[in-house]
Design a protein around this ligand. Structure first.
Ligand code: S3P
Length: 456
Protein backbone atom coordinates (compact mmCIF):
# COMPACT_ATOMS: atom_id res chain seq x y z
CA UNK A 1 0.00 0.00 0.00
CA UNK A 2 1.17 3.49 -0.61
CA UNK A 3 3.55 5.28 1.68
CA UNK A 4 2.06 6.74 4.83
CA UNK A 5 4.47 9.67 4.45
CA UNK A 6 2.81 12.45 2.45
CA UNK A 7 4.80 13.89 -0.45
CA UNK A 8 3.80 17.38 -1.58
CA UNK A 9 4.45 18.52 -5.16
CA UNK A 10 4.06 21.82 -6.98
CA UNK A 11 2.74 21.97 -10.53
CA UNK A 12 3.61 25.07 -12.55
CA UNK A 13 2.33 26.13 -15.93
CA UNK A 14 4.58 25.36 -18.86
CA UNK A 15 4.96 26.03 -22.54
CA UNK A 16 3.14 23.74 -24.99
CA UNK A 17 2.74 20.07 -24.12
CA UNK A 18 3.94 17.93 -26.97
CA UNK A 19 4.51 14.27 -27.59
CA UNK A 20 3.08 10.80 -27.80
CA UNK A 21 2.52 8.86 -24.60
CA UNK A 22 1.01 5.62 -23.44
CA UNK A 23 -0.99 5.50 -20.22
CA UNK A 24 -1.10 2.45 -17.94
CA UNK A 25 -3.62 -0.35 -18.38
CA UNK A 26 -7.29 0.13 -17.63
CA UNK A 27 -7.94 -0.20 -13.91
CA UNK A 28 -11.41 -1.75 -14.20
CA UNK A 29 -10.28 -4.28 -16.79
CA UNK A 30 -7.11 -5.10 -14.84
CA UNK A 31 -9.08 -5.97 -11.69
CA UNK A 32 -11.42 -8.19 -13.66
CA UNK A 33 -8.57 -9.84 -15.59
CA UNK A 34 -6.92 -10.93 -12.32
CA UNK A 35 -10.19 -12.09 -10.75
CA UNK A 36 -11.50 -14.09 -13.70
CA UNK A 37 -8.08 -15.60 -14.45
CA UNK A 38 -7.92 -16.68 -10.82
CA UNK A 39 -11.29 -18.44 -11.25
CA UNK A 40 -10.45 -20.18 -14.54
CA UNK A 41 -9.14 -23.72 -14.70
CA UNK A 42 -5.52 -23.44 -15.89
CA UNK A 43 -3.07 -20.69 -16.74
CA UNK A 44 -4.06 -17.28 -18.11
CA UNK A 45 -1.63 -14.65 -19.34
CA UNK A 46 -2.26 -10.95 -18.98
CA UNK A 47 -0.34 -8.18 -20.73
CA UNK A 48 -0.65 -4.44 -20.19
CA UNK A 49 -1.88 -4.95 -16.63
CA UNK A 50 -2.08 -1.78 -14.53
CA UNK A 51 0.54 -2.24 -11.83
CA UNK A 52 -1.04 0.35 -9.57
CA UNK A 53 -1.74 -0.21 -5.89
CA UNK A 54 -5.46 -0.90 -6.38
CA UNK A 55 -4.85 -3.78 -8.79
CA UNK A 56 -1.99 -5.11 -6.67
CA UNK A 57 -4.46 -5.26 -3.76
CA UNK A 58 -6.75 -7.43 -5.89
CA UNK A 59 -3.83 -9.68 -6.88
CA UNK A 60 -2.71 -10.07 -3.27
CA UNK A 61 -6.25 -11.00 -2.20
CA UNK A 62 -6.65 -13.60 -4.97
CA UNK A 63 -3.28 -15.07 -3.95
CA UNK A 64 -4.44 -15.20 -0.36
CA UNK A 65 -7.44 -17.23 -1.60
CA UNK A 66 -5.35 -19.77 -3.50
CA UNK A 67 -4.52 -18.44 -6.99
CA UNK A 68 -0.90 -18.49 -8.16
CA UNK A 69 -0.13 -15.07 -9.61
CA UNK A 70 3.26 -14.12 -10.98
CA UNK A 71 4.73 -11.08 -12.67
CA UNK A 72 6.82 -12.14 -15.67
CA UNK A 73 7.74 -8.70 -17.06
CA UNK A 74 6.50 -5.12 -17.19
CA UNK A 75 2.70 -5.40 -17.21
CA UNK A 76 2.95 -9.12 -17.99
CA UNK A 77 1.48 -11.56 -15.53
CA UNK A 78 0.51 -15.23 -15.40
CA UNK A 79 -2.30 -16.53 -13.25
CA UNK A 80 -3.02 -20.16 -12.33
CA UNK A 81 -6.71 -20.26 -11.51
CA UNK A 82 -8.38 -22.37 -8.85
CA UNK A 83 -11.66 -22.84 -10.75
CA UNK A 84 -15.07 -21.38 -9.88
CA UNK A 85 -15.93 -22.67 -6.40
CA UNK A 86 -12.27 -23.28 -5.60
CA UNK A 87 -11.37 -20.18 -3.58
CA UNK A 88 -9.71 -21.05 -0.28
CA UNK A 89 -10.08 -19.57 3.17
CA UNK A 90 -7.68 -16.59 3.52
CA UNK A 91 -5.59 -16.82 6.66
CA UNK A 92 -5.57 -13.07 7.38
CA UNK A 93 -7.69 -9.98 6.69
CA UNK A 94 -7.71 -8.84 3.04
CA UNK A 95 -6.20 -5.36 2.85
CA UNK A 96 -7.96 -3.47 0.06
CA UNK A 97 -5.96 -0.26 0.54
CA UNK A 98 -7.80 2.54 -1.27
CA UNK A 99 -9.69 0.33 -3.72
CA UNK A 100 -13.49 0.29 -3.77
CA UNK A 101 -13.54 -1.90 -6.87
CA UNK A 102 -11.39 -4.61 -5.26
CA UNK A 103 -13.57 -4.57 -2.17
CA UNK A 104 -16.98 -4.69 -3.77
CA UNK A 105 -16.14 -7.23 -6.48
CA UNK A 106 -14.29 -9.53 -4.09
CA UNK A 107 -17.18 -9.35 -1.61
CA UNK A 108 -19.25 -10.80 -4.45
CA UNK A 109 -16.78 -13.63 -5.07
CA UNK A 110 -16.48 -14.57 -1.40
CA UNK A 111 -20.29 -14.56 -1.02
CA UNK A 112 -20.77 -17.75 -3.02
CA UNK A 113 -17.78 -19.67 -1.65
CA UNK A 114 -17.67 -21.68 1.58
CA UNK A 115 -15.21 -19.25 3.16
CA UNK A 116 -15.26 -16.11 5.22
CA UNK A 117 -13.11 -13.04 4.74
CA UNK A 118 -12.48 -9.81 6.59
CA UNK A 119 -11.96 -6.72 4.44
CA UNK A 120 -9.96 -3.76 5.69
CA UNK A 121 -8.84 -0.58 3.94
CA UNK A 122 -7.36 2.89 4.32
CA UNK A 123 -9.11 5.89 5.87
CA UNK A 124 -10.80 6.83 2.58
CA UNK A 125 -12.09 3.33 1.78
CA UNK A 126 -13.23 2.82 5.37
CA UNK A 127 -15.74 5.66 4.92
CA UNK A 128 -17.27 4.35 1.69
CA UNK A 129 -20.72 2.72 1.61
CA UNK A 130 -20.77 -1.08 1.26
CA UNK A 131 -24.51 -1.45 1.98
CA UNK A 132 -25.10 -1.28 -1.78
CA UNK A 133 -23.38 -4.68 -2.21
CA UNK A 134 -24.32 -6.11 1.21
CA UNK A 135 -28.03 -5.84 0.25
CA UNK A 136 -28.02 -8.04 -2.88
CA UNK A 137 -25.33 -10.40 -1.57
CA UNK A 138 -27.41 -10.98 1.59
CA UNK A 139 -30.33 -11.96 -0.65
CA UNK A 140 -27.95 -14.52 -2.17
CA UNK A 141 -27.38 -15.96 1.30
CA UNK A 142 -24.10 -14.39 2.42
CA UNK A 143 -23.79 -13.11 5.98
CA UNK A 144 -22.15 -9.82 6.86
CA UNK A 145 -20.77 -8.19 9.92
CA UNK A 146 -19.95 -4.60 8.95
CA UNK A 147 -18.82 -1.52 10.82
CA UNK A 148 -21.48 1.12 11.60
CA UNK A 149 -23.05 2.57 8.45
CA UNK A 150 -22.18 -0.55 6.43
CA UNK A 151 -18.48 0.29 6.14
CA UNK A 152 -15.10 -1.45 6.47
CA UNK A 153 -13.76 -3.27 8.36
CA UNK A 154 -16.34 -5.90 7.52
CA UNK A 155 -16.61 -9.66 7.54
CA UNK A 156 -18.34 -11.73 4.85
CA UNK A 157 -19.33 -15.36 5.26
CA UNK A 158 -20.24 -16.98 1.95
CA UNK A 159 -22.95 -19.58 1.33
CA UNK A 160 -22.75 -22.70 -0.83
CA UNK A 161 -24.94 -23.23 -2.68
CA UNK A 162 -25.68 -19.51 -2.97
CA UNK A 163 -29.16 -18.41 -4.00
CA UNK A 164 -29.35 -17.07 -7.57
CA UNK A 165 -31.35 -13.83 -7.63
CA UNK A 166 -32.88 -11.32 -10.00
CA UNK A 167 -31.71 -7.89 -8.88
CA UNK A 168 -32.69 -4.47 -10.14
CA UNK A 169 -29.86 -2.01 -9.51
CA UNK A 170 -31.11 0.81 -7.25
CA UNK A 171 -27.96 2.83 -8.07
CA UNK A 172 -26.16 3.08 -11.42
CA UNK A 173 -23.06 1.17 -10.33
CA UNK A 174 -20.92 -1.26 -12.31
CA UNK A 175 -19.38 -2.35 -9.03
CA UNK A 176 -22.74 -3.48 -7.65
CA UNK A 177 -23.65 -5.14 -10.95
CA UNK A 178 -20.30 -6.94 -11.03
CA UNK A 179 -20.49 -8.06 -7.38
CA UNK A 180 -23.83 -9.79 -8.06
CA UNK A 181 -22.60 -11.37 -11.32
CA UNK A 182 -19.39 -12.62 -9.71
CA UNK A 183 -21.38 -14.14 -6.84
CA UNK A 184 -23.71 -15.66 -9.44
CA UNK A 185 -20.78 -17.46 -11.10
CA UNK A 186 -20.89 -20.10 -8.36
CA UNK A 187 -24.65 -20.11 -7.71
CA UNK A 188 -26.79 -22.92 -9.17
CA UNK A 189 -29.08 -21.57 -11.92
CA UNK A 190 -29.59 -18.13 -13.38
CA UNK A 191 -28.58 -14.82 -11.80
CA UNK A 192 -30.08 -11.74 -13.44
CA UNK A 193 -29.13 -8.10 -13.01
CA UNK A 194 -31.58 -5.52 -14.28
CA UNK A 195 -29.81 -2.30 -15.20
CA UNK A 196 -32.03 0.73 -15.89
CA UNK A 197 -29.08 3.05 -16.62
CA UNK A 198 -26.11 1.55 -18.48
CA UNK A 199 -22.79 1.38 -16.62
CA UNK A 200 -19.39 0.09 -17.75
CA UNK A 201 -19.79 -3.40 -19.18
CA UNK A 202 -16.28 -4.84 -18.79
CA UNK A 203 -17.52 -7.64 -16.54
CA UNK A 204 -20.07 -8.79 -19.10
CA UNK A 205 -17.54 -8.68 -21.96
CA UNK A 206 -14.84 -10.51 -20.02
CA UNK A 207 -17.13 -13.14 -18.49
CA UNK A 208 -18.22 -14.03 -22.01
CA UNK A 209 -14.59 -14.03 -23.16
CA UNK A 210 -13.80 -16.60 -20.44
CA UNK A 211 -16.63 -18.81 -21.71
CA UNK A 212 -19.39 -18.01 -19.22
CA UNK A 213 -22.99 -18.37 -20.44
CA UNK A 214 -24.00 -14.70 -20.22
CA UNK A 215 -26.59 -12.86 -22.28
CA UNK A 216 -27.60 -9.23 -22.40
CA UNK A 217 -31.07 -8.23 -23.51
CA UNK A 218 -31.81 -4.60 -24.22
CA UNK A 219 -35.54 -4.06 -23.58
CA UNK A 220 -37.49 -1.52 -25.63
CA UNK A 221 -37.52 0.86 -22.64
CA UNK A 222 -33.70 0.93 -22.66
CA UNK A 223 -33.36 -1.30 -19.59
CA UNK A 224 -30.66 -3.97 -19.79
CA UNK A 225 -31.24 -7.50 -18.50
CA UNK A 226 -27.97 -9.33 -17.86
CA UNK A 227 -28.41 -13.06 -17.32
CA UNK A 228 -25.64 -15.39 -16.19
CA UNK A 229 -25.80 -19.18 -15.76
CA UNK A 230 -24.02 -20.16 -12.59
CA UNK A 231 -21.66 -23.01 -11.71
CA UNK A 232 -19.72 -21.86 -14.72
CA UNK A 233 -16.44 -23.32 -15.89
CA UNK A 234 -14.13 -20.55 -17.01
CA UNK A 235 -11.45 -21.30 -19.58
CA UNK A 236 -8.05 -19.60 -19.23
CA UNK A 237 -7.38 -16.71 -21.61
CA UNK A 238 -4.67 -14.46 -22.97
CA UNK A 239 -5.79 -10.93 -22.14
CA UNK A 240 -4.37 -7.69 -23.45
CA UNK A 241 -5.46 -4.77 -21.29
CA UNK A 242 -6.00 -1.51 -23.21
CA UNK A 243 -4.84 1.86 -21.82
CA UNK A 244 -7.16 3.46 -19.31
CA UNK A 245 -9.42 6.17 -20.79
CA UNK A 246 -9.78 7.60 -17.28
CA UNK A 247 -5.99 8.07 -17.03
CA UNK A 248 -5.74 9.34 -20.62
CA UNK A 249 -8.19 12.12 -19.75
CA UNK A 250 -5.46 13.89 -17.71
CA UNK A 251 -2.90 14.47 -20.51
CA UNK A 252 -5.76 15.12 -22.96
CA UNK A 253 -7.28 17.90 -20.82
CA UNK A 254 -3.80 19.27 -20.06
CA UNK A 255 -3.16 19.56 -23.82
CA UNK A 256 -6.55 21.13 -24.50
CA UNK A 257 -6.00 23.93 -21.97
CA UNK A 258 -2.32 24.66 -22.70
CA UNK A 259 -1.73 26.97 -25.70
CA UNK A 260 0.27 25.44 -28.55
CA UNK A 261 -0.10 21.85 -27.32
CA UNK A 262 -0.54 18.68 -29.30
CA UNK A 263 -0.54 15.37 -27.44
CA UNK A 264 -1.31 11.85 -28.62
CA UNK A 265 -2.18 9.06 -26.22
CA UNK A 266 -1.91 5.66 -27.86
CA UNK A 267 -3.83 2.43 -27.27
CA UNK A 268 -6.68 3.90 -25.20
CA UNK A 269 -9.83 1.91 -24.42
CA UNK A 270 -12.82 3.48 -26.16
CA UNK A 271 -15.63 1.39 -24.73
CA UNK A 272 -18.82 3.47 -25.22
CA UNK A 273 -19.69 2.96 -21.54
CA UNK A 274 -16.47 4.81 -20.67
CA UNK A 275 -15.93 7.54 -23.26
CA UNK A 276 -18.37 10.22 -22.05
CA UNK A 277 -15.54 12.62 -21.16
CA UNK A 278 -14.33 12.72 -24.76
CA UNK A 279 -17.84 13.25 -26.11
CA UNK A 280 -18.44 16.12 -23.66
CA UNK A 281 -15.08 17.77 -24.38
CA UNK A 282 -15.88 17.59 -28.10
CA UNK A 283 -19.26 19.19 -27.37
CA UNK A 284 -17.26 22.04 -25.73
CA UNK A 285 -15.32 22.52 -28.96
CA UNK A 286 -12.26 20.41 -28.16
CA UNK A 287 -10.06 19.47 -31.08
CA UNK A 288 -9.81 15.72 -30.50
CA UNK A 289 -9.19 13.14 -33.21
CA UNK A 290 -9.04 9.37 -33.18
CA UNK A 291 -6.83 7.11 -35.26
CA UNK A 292 -5.76 3.50 -35.46
CA UNK A 293 -9.17 2.35 -34.27
CA UNK A 294 -9.21 -1.37 -33.58
CA UNK A 295 -10.43 -4.05 -31.20
CA UNK A 296 -8.22 -5.54 -28.50
CA UNK A 297 -9.40 -8.38 -26.27
CA UNK A 298 -13.07 -7.63 -26.93
CA UNK A 299 -12.69 -3.89 -26.23
CA UNK A 300 -12.55 -1.03 -28.77
CA UNK A 301 -9.23 0.85 -28.70
CA UNK A 302 -7.89 3.97 -30.45
CA UNK A 303 -5.07 6.51 -30.40
CA UNK A 304 -6.35 9.93 -29.28
CA UNK A 305 -4.84 13.25 -30.32
CA UNK A 306 -5.78 16.49 -28.59
CA UNK A 307 -4.71 19.99 -29.64
CA UNK A 308 -5.08 23.18 -27.65
CA UNK A 309 -8.65 24.41 -28.06
CA UNK A 310 -10.87 27.28 -27.05
CA UNK A 311 -13.51 25.46 -25.02
CA UNK A 312 -17.00 26.76 -24.34
CA UNK A 313 -19.33 25.84 -21.49
CA UNK A 314 -22.07 23.23 -21.91
CA UNK A 315 -24.86 21.60 -19.96
CA UNK A 316 -23.85 17.99 -19.28
CA UNK A 317 -26.91 15.72 -19.47
CA UNK A 318 -27.17 13.70 -16.22
CA UNK A 319 -27.61 10.44 -18.15
CA UNK A 320 -24.04 10.79 -19.47
CA UNK A 321 -22.68 10.64 -15.89
CA UNK A 322 -22.02 6.88 -15.62
CA UNK A 323 -19.89 6.93 -18.79
CA UNK A 324 -17.57 9.59 -17.33
CA UNK A 325 -18.09 9.07 -13.61
CA UNK A 326 -14.36 9.08 -12.75
CA UNK A 327 -13.51 11.93 -15.14
CA UNK A 328 -15.60 14.70 -13.59
CA UNK A 329 -12.73 16.09 -11.48
CA UNK A 330 -10.56 16.78 -14.54
CA UNK A 331 -13.61 17.77 -16.59
CA UNK A 332 -14.35 20.46 -13.98
CA UNK A 333 -10.82 21.77 -14.53
CA UNK A 334 -11.50 22.08 -18.27
CA UNK A 335 -14.81 23.84 -17.55
CA UNK A 336 -13.05 26.31 -15.22
CA UNK A 337 -11.06 27.79 -18.08
CA UNK A 338 -13.74 27.51 -20.79
CA UNK A 339 -15.84 30.39 -22.08
CA UNK A 340 -19.22 30.63 -20.36
CA UNK A 341 -21.07 28.39 -17.96
CA UNK A 342 -20.87 24.62 -17.59
CA UNK A 343 -23.71 22.97 -15.70
CA UNK A 344 -23.65 19.47 -14.22
CA UNK A 345 -26.31 17.64 -12.22
CA UNK A 346 -27.25 14.13 -11.12
CA UNK A 347 -23.75 13.56 -9.71
CA UNK A 348 -24.65 12.43 -6.17
CA UNK A 349 -22.35 9.40 -6.66
CA UNK A 350 -19.33 11.72 -6.75
CA UNK A 351 -19.84 12.33 -3.04
CA UNK A 352 -19.05 8.67 -2.21
CA UNK A 353 -15.94 8.10 -4.34
CA UNK A 354 -12.41 8.08 -2.89
CA UNK A 355 -13.41 11.49 -1.50
CA UNK A 356 -16.44 13.78 -1.78
CA UNK A 357 -15.35 14.92 -5.23
CA UNK A 358 -18.03 17.60 -5.59
CA UNK A 359 -17.01 19.31 -2.34
CA UNK A 360 -13.26 18.97 -2.88
CA UNK A 361 -13.29 20.08 -6.51
CA UNK A 362 -15.53 23.05 -5.69
CA UNK A 363 -13.38 24.27 -2.79
CA UNK A 364 -10.09 23.55 -4.59
CA UNK A 365 -11.13 25.32 -7.78
CA UNK A 366 -12.43 28.30 -5.79
CA UNK A 367 -9.09 28.43 -3.96
CA UNK A 368 -7.25 28.84 -7.27
CA UNK A 369 -9.60 31.57 -8.46
CA UNK A 370 -12.24 29.70 -10.47
CA UNK A 371 -15.89 30.70 -10.25
CA UNK A 372 -17.72 27.61 -9.01
CA UNK A 373 -21.04 27.02 -7.27
CA UNK A 374 -21.62 23.70 -5.55
CA UNK A 375 -25.17 22.33 -5.65
CA UNK A 376 -26.50 19.19 -3.99
CA UNK A 377 -25.76 17.03 -7.03
CA UNK A 378 -23.38 18.93 -9.28
CA UNK A 379 -21.24 21.99 -9.93
CA UNK A 380 -22.00 25.16 -11.88
CA UNK A 381 -18.80 26.57 -13.30
CA UNK A 382 -18.35 29.98 -14.91
CA UNK A 383 -15.19 29.58 -16.92
CA UNK A 384 -12.36 32.10 -17.17
CA UNK A 385 -12.74 32.32 -20.97
CA UNK A 386 -9.25 30.99 -21.60
CA UNK A 387 -7.55 33.34 -19.09
CA UNK A 388 -5.17 31.61 -16.67
CA UNK A 389 -6.50 31.21 -13.12
CA UNK A 390 -4.69 32.74 -10.19
CA UNK A 391 -3.40 29.51 -8.57
CA UNK A 392 -0.99 29.76 -5.68
CA UNK A 393 -3.05 27.56 -3.36
CA UNK A 394 -2.21 24.31 -1.61
CA UNK A 395 -4.81 21.65 -2.35
CA UNK A 396 -5.51 18.65 -0.10
CA UNK A 397 -5.66 15.45 -2.15
CA UNK A 398 -7.48 13.63 0.68
CA UNK A 399 -6.30 10.13 -0.36
CA UNK A 400 -7.91 10.67 -3.77
CA UNK A 401 -5.67 10.06 -6.80
CA UNK A 402 -7.99 11.85 -9.19
CA UNK A 403 -8.16 15.00 -7.06
CA UNK A 404 -4.34 15.06 -7.00
CA UNK A 405 -3.99 14.59 -10.78
CA UNK A 406 -6.77 17.05 -11.62
CA UNK A 407 -5.04 19.85 -9.73
CA UNK A 408 -1.69 18.89 -11.26
CA UNK A 409 -3.36 19.48 -14.64
CA UNK A 410 -5.00 22.71 -13.41
CA UNK A 411 -1.51 23.98 -12.54
CA UNK A 412 -0.94 24.16 -16.31
CA UNK A 413 -3.31 27.08 -16.48
CA UNK A 414 -2.54 29.10 -13.34
CA UNK A 415 -0.29 32.14 -12.98
CA UNK A 416 1.16 30.86 -9.74
CA UNK A 417 0.99 27.09 -10.09
CA UNK A 418 -0.60 24.75 -7.56
CA UNK A 419 0.79 22.70 -4.70
CA UNK A 420 -0.85 19.35 -3.99
CA UNK A 421 -0.23 18.46 -0.33
CA UNK A 422 0.22 14.74 -1.03
CA UNK A 423 0.73 13.14 -4.44
CA UNK A 424 1.33 9.58 -3.15
CA UNK A 425 -2.31 8.54 -3.81
CA UNK A 426 -1.61 8.87 -7.56
CA UNK A 427 0.12 5.49 -7.34
CA UNK A 428 -3.23 3.75 -6.91
CA UNK A 429 -4.06 4.15 -10.62
CA UNK A 430 -1.28 6.00 -12.51
CA UNK A 431 2.18 5.49 -11.00
CA UNK A 432 3.94 7.10 -14.01
CA UNK A 433 1.76 10.25 -14.04
CA UNK A 434 4.36 12.78 -12.88
CA UNK A 435 7.03 11.41 -15.25
CA UNK A 436 4.57 11.54 -18.15
CA UNK A 437 3.67 15.14 -17.40
CA UNK A 438 7.36 16.11 -17.21
CA UNK A 439 8.00 14.36 -20.52
CA UNK A 440 5.18 16.20 -22.24
CA UNK A 441 6.45 19.50 -20.85
CA UNK A 442 9.87 18.72 -22.35
CA UNK A 443 13.26 19.96 -21.16
CA UNK A 444 13.28 23.13 -23.21
CA UNK A 445 9.83 24.32 -22.21
CA UNK A 446 9.73 27.99 -21.37
CA UNK A 447 7.99 28.84 -18.11
CA UNK A 448 6.43 31.90 -19.65
CA UNK A 449 2.82 32.19 -20.72
CA UNK A 450 2.16 33.11 -24.34
CA UNK A 451 0.86 36.44 -23.04
CA UNK A 452 4.32 37.15 -21.64
CA UNK A 453 3.58 36.67 -17.94
CA UNK A 454 6.31 34.76 -16.18
CA UNK A 455 6.31 31.81 -13.90
CA UNK A 456 7.03 33.28 -10.47
C1 S3P B 1 -15.68 0.83 -11.43
C2 S3P B 1 -16.92 1.40 -11.44
C3 S3P B 1 -17.18 2.78 -11.03
C4 S3P B 1 -15.91 3.63 -10.97
C5 S3P B 1 -14.78 2.90 -10.33
C6 S3P B 1 -14.48 1.61 -11.06
C7 S3P B 1 -15.54 -0.57 -11.83
O1 S3P B 1 -17.79 2.77 -9.75
O2 S3P B 1 -16.16 4.83 -10.29
O3 S3P B 1 -13.61 3.72 -10.35
O4 S3P B 1 -14.41 -1.01 -12.12
O5 S3P B 1 -16.55 -1.28 -11.86
P1 S3P B 1 -19.38 2.60 -9.61
O6 S3P B 1 -19.76 1.52 -10.52
O7 S3P B 1 -19.67 2.26 -8.19
O8 S3P B 1 -19.93 3.94 -10.01
Amino acid sequence: MHSAIPRPATFLHSGPLRGTVKVPGDKSISHRAIMLSALAVGESRISGLLEGEDVLATAAAMRAMGAKIERTGEGSWTVQGVGVGGLMQPSAALDMGNSGTSTRLLMGLVSSHRISATFIGDASLSKRPMGRVIDPLSLMGAEFNASPGGTLPLMVRGLVPAIPIRYRLPVASAQVKSAVLLAGLNAPGRTEVVEPIPTRDHSERMLRGFGADLSVELASNGVRHIRLMGEAELKPQNIEVPGDPSSAAFPIVAALITPGSEVTVTHVGMNPTRNGIYKMLEAMGANISYSNEREVGGEPVADITARHSILHGIEVPPEVAPSMIDEFPVFFVAASVARGRTTTSGLDELRVKESDRLALMASGLQAIGAVVTETEDGLLIDGSGGEPLEGGATIKSALDHRIAMSFAVAGQHCYKGITVDDVTPIATSFPSFEIMLMMLKGDDNSSVFPDGSANP
